[in-house]
Design a protein around this ligand. Structure first.
Ligand SMILES: [Zn+2]
Length: 87
């Protein structure tokens, strides 16, 4: 799962799973192209604008949806990571 690779290693968090880690709003987030699986990295600041994502590899373009943004943010929250609202 690509999302897991982006989260900084939490080496000194063990018994304190309830403590949230705040990530900067410009945290890079890798997304895979639907058409060719090429992975590109976008910042969360950029993704929050719900941009059209254009693949460098095959040129496939698609809109990034609020639905996907919610999935990413909810996934991070579940893991104890919260994004700053603004950079
Ligand atoms: Zn592609």
């Amino acid at each position: 799962m690509a999302l897991l690779q982006t989260v900084p290693a939490s080496s000194h968090v063990d018994n304190q799973a309830n403590i949230a880690t705040i990530l900067p709003a410009n945290t890079p987030m890798p997304l895979c192209c639907d058409a060719c699986d090429h992975e590109q990295t976008y910042t969360m600041t950029h993704l929050r604008q719900l941009p059209t994502i254009v693949c460098d590899e095959c040129g496939d373009a698609r809109p990034f949806s609020a639905f996907e943004l919610n999935i990413i943010e909810n996934t991070l929250n579940t893991m104890g990571y919260f994004l700053q609202k603004r950079a």
